[in-house]
Design a protein around this ligand. Sequence first.
Ligand code: SF4
Ligand code: SF4
Length: 305
Amino acid sequence: MGKPNHVVGADRDEMDDIKEIAILSGKGGTGKTSLTASFGDILGRVVLADCDVDAPDLHILLKPHVIERHSFQAGKLATIDDKRCSLCNLCVEECRFEAISISDRDGVPVIDPFLCEGCGVCKLVCPSEAISMEEKEAGEWMISETRTGPMVHATLLPGAENSGKLVSIVKENAKRIAQEKGIKWILVDGPPGIGCPVISSMAGIWRTIVVTEPTLSGKHDMIRILKLAKHFNVSGFVVVNKWDLNPEISLEIQKVARDMGAHCVGNIPYSEVFVSAQLNGRSVVEIDPYIRESIKDIWNNVINN
Ligand code: SF4
Ligand code: SF4
């Protein structure tokens, strides 16, 4: 506990040597996390940042050994001091989220932490100063060691909000560790979609790799992410996973990507190795030499373009 969430006193030149690459996709299950773990295994020593805080799964492939755990607090939660409560019921009547109900025990109101939005109205109306607003526990973030280097990862509690803030904490700490340990590459396993956590993942990124599948929705997802990358002035690189399931759409995706100014850095054929690797806690490049060469080429194309 107590480690800073921010990069404090970082030397500018050292920080500029660190390259952060985000691996993104429109939805889960496209092979984004497999590709991230594979890059880590190919490079040997990287800092990994699992920014998919709503549904993290990089740990399944990398089996991290957790070294530090930190709680993540976001928003406020109302709490009632039973001893001060005069049982007036005003808070129950005024909470428009129906988060407060009368308990069977002594008629003292109780607050449902999953329904409380932290608006503070109950505290305002309470005539007995029995209600206070506390920091709300929203999840945790961790620093771990893996076979390919340090990893920063997190989990958000069900229903908790502010995943963008948690993503920022993960990224800031990944950067701090990269600087402290002199590691050049940060691989960001991004959240799916284009929402707030993805926007947080884009901050400070050098390049982004969009992993897509040869379907119409895969094409649309890729377009949305490339537009977002363009907005943040980040170069986009496209990988079509399972390209051979629909070569025609794969070609179409590549054409659209190129028209948008992105680089098409490689295709990966359909392989059941992705599933078996995941089941065995390994990356595909550890198992399949052919895919290893394809992914190595993809990496070289990304960093040399
Ligand atoms: S803080 Fe707002 S949402 Fe939470 S219990 Fe009080 S009135 Fe209801
Ligand atoms: S408003 Fe205050 S005093 Fe009245 S029931 Fe709620 S907590 Fe108790």
